[in-house]
Design a binder for this molecule. Structure first.
Ligand code: ADP
Ligand code: MG
Length: 269
């Protein structure tokens, strides 16, 4: 693949939006694949009990599979649960299983309940022989303790926004939560990246959403917009990113371009 600049230190992203169905998982998986294809070492952490990122990356996540649950609720090292994706040599995944559904409740009574993922991830990154360039944490559609763990473990937040009528609704709640985390738990956290997804150029509404979001967040919004594409929605059922499933399709090309923008901007942007 085309070579992209590699970050000197690991960039850790939380992909978050408390709305469901806005493209969090799709964005996580396809950006990770696009960056891995260009030679970066990439880790995806599936933090949604649905396990959709694990499915889309073709990694095993049956109930008995060692998973992120054993890391955040148990005391398993991340290295014991990480799997290599079948798709790219440099793409890895920490799967989520059904057990994670109970974690929101179980975490409440644990010591350092907000920091458990961060502690595990920091230890893993420090001990991994070859450095990782990117980590993407795929969040559930809520602002509970799992998402808080993701915000504490990351430095960058990537918000996918669907190009539809209610796009900006609920966003201020998300931004407030991020601000609270920054103030109390993780001073390094910031919203570095906003990606517009499921864009349909034929509708005036989509164009209105694009210009509204760009006006509100001129620094964060990527130039690249992800189009609505059947190929993107088909790929997960083959356990593949759209990059492998149909490399030349508009959806694949848009994720490759978004990944290139993220790499070129760097963390400091
Ligand atoms: P979330 O993780 O935010 O709940 P998903 O990434 O699972 O959202 O996306 C929700 C649904 O929309 C999925 O069925 C997915 O395949 C589909 N989808 C996501 N992005 C696109 C796109 N650009 N074009 C068409 N379908 C998409
Ligand atoms: Mg999801």
């Amino acid at each position: 693949g085309a070579s992209l600049p590699l970050p000197a230190t690991t960039r850790v992203f939380t992909v978050s939006n408390q709305k469901g169905g806005v493209g969090k998982t799709t964005t996580t998986v396809n950006l990770a694949a696009a960056l891995a294809r260009s030679g970066a070492r990439v880790l995806v952490i599936d933090l949604d009990p649905q396990g959709n990122a694990s499915t889309a990356l073709g990694v095993e996540h049956r109930a008995e599979t060692p998973s992120v649950y054993d890391v955040v609720v148990g005391d398993s090292p991340l290295a014991d649960v990480v799997q290599k994706s079948p798709e790219f040599e440099t793409l890895y995944c920490v799967p989520a299983t059904i057990h994670l559904a109970g974690a929101e409740i179980e975490l409440v009574s644990l010591v350092a309940r907000e920091q458990r993922l961060r502690t595990a991830l920091d230890a893993f990154l420090a001990a991994s022989g070859e450095p990782f360039h990117y980590v993407f944490i795929d969040c559930p559609p809520s602002l509970g303790l799992l998402t808080i763990n993701a915000f504490v473990a990351a430095r960058e937040v990537l918000i996918p926004i669907q190009c539809e009528y209610y796009a900006l609704e609920g966003l201020s709640q998300l931004l407030n939560s991020i601000q609270l985390i920054e103030r109390h738990l993780n001073p390094q956290l910031r919203v570095s990246t906003i990606l517009l997804t499921m864009y349909d150029a034929r509708t005036n509404l989509a164009n209105q959403v694009v210009s509204d979001v760009r006006e509100h967040f001129p620094q964060q919004v990527l130039e690249t917009v992800i189009p609505r594409s059947v190929r993107i929605s088909e790929a997960p059922s083959y356990g593949q990113s759209v990059i492998s499933y149909d490399e030349g399709s508009p959806g694949s090309l848009s994720y490759l371009e978004a990944a290139a923008e993220i790499a070129r901007r760097g963390e400091g942007a």
